[in-house]
Write a protein that binds this ligand. Structure first.
Ligand code: URA
Length: 211
C-alpha cells in the first residue's frame, strides 16, 4: 500500500526543503517537521477505542490509540536522524532501533549494512524511517534484516520522497509493506539520486563527510 501524505502543511514544508538555497538549520528543521506530520497522519490510521475520563467537572468521552505502546521506530543512519526526531514527537512511547547502512556510489548501488541494534520486534508495528526511497536497495536489505530478527505485526516505511524504481523493488520483494511518502518523483539520475528530489539528505542535514 502506497500512501501519499498530501496534507497542505506537509507539501508546504517539502517545497521549502527542496529549494537549493535553503540553509542547514532550516533544512533539518523542515525534515523534523515533516516527520512529525507524517507521524500524525499515520497515528490517525491506528485502531482507536473509546474511553471515558474524569474531568474536574464531570465525565468526558475520549479515545485510546490501541497500538500506541506497541511501536518500534527504526532510524536508518545517518539521514533519518531528524526525521525520527519528528516522529518521536508523536510516538513518545515507542521503542527505537538504529541501522547503519550505506550504498555504493556507483551502479548497481549495492547496499551494505554495518550496524544493527533493534529492540524486540515480535508483533510490533515497525516504522522504518529513511528520507529518500531511491533505488530501494538499502531499504530492501534493511527489510530483509528486520524480518530475520522477528515477526512484526506490520512494517511501515516513512520516506519523504520516493522514486518509482525504489517503490517497485520494495513491493516486489515485500508486498505486504506500507509506504508513506510525501512525493513520488520522476526518476533517478546516473548517481542514484532522486530527480528532482532535493539532493543528499545526510549532507544537507549534517555536512559532507570528509572521507
Ligand atoms: N539519498 C539522498 O540523500 N538523496 C537521494 O536523492 C537519494 C538517496
Amino acid at each position: 500500500m502506497l500512501k501519499i501524505v498530501d496534507h497542505a502543511v506537509v507539501q508546504k514544508s517539502l517545497t521549502r526543503i527542496r529549494d537549493k538555497n535553503i540553509d542547514r538549520v532550516h533544512f533539518r528543521h523542515g525534515i523534523i517537521e515533516i516527520g512529525r506530520l507524517m507521524g500524525y497522519e499515520y497515528a490517525n490510521t491506528l485502531e482507536k477505542k473509546p474511553v471515558t475520563v474524569n474531568t474536574p467537572l464531570g465525565v468526558a468521552e475520549g479515545i485510546k490509540i490501541k497500538d500506541i505502546d506497541n511501536i518500534v521506530v527504526v532510524s536508518v543512519l545517518r539521514a533519518a536522524i531528524p526525521l525520527v526526531e519528528g516522529i518521536s514527537h508523536v510516538f513518545k512511547e515507542a521503542e527505537y532501533g538504529v541501522i547503519g547502512a550505506w550504498r555504493s556510489e556507483e551502479p548497481p548501488f549495492n547496499a551494505k549494512i554495518e550496524y544493527i541494534k533493534l529492540p524486540d520486534l515480535e508483533n510490533k508495528i515497525v516504522i522504518v524511517a529513511d528520507p529518500m526511497l531511491a533505488t530501494g536497495h538499502t531499504l530492501n536489505a534493511i527489510l530483509n534484516e528486520i524480518k530475520k530478527r522477528g515477526t512484526p505485526k506490520k512494517i511501515v516505511i516513512f520516506s519523504v520522497i520516493s522514486a518509482e524504481p525504489g517503490i517497485a523493488k520494495i513491493f516486489k520483494n515485500h508486498p505486504e509493506i506500507e509506504i508513506y511518502t510525501c512525493s513520488v518523483d520522476e526518476k533517478l539520475n546516473q548517481d542514484g539520486y532522486i530527480v528532482p528530489g532535493l539532493g543528499d539528505v545526510g549532507d544537507l542535514c549534517f555536512g559532507k563527510p570528509c572521507l
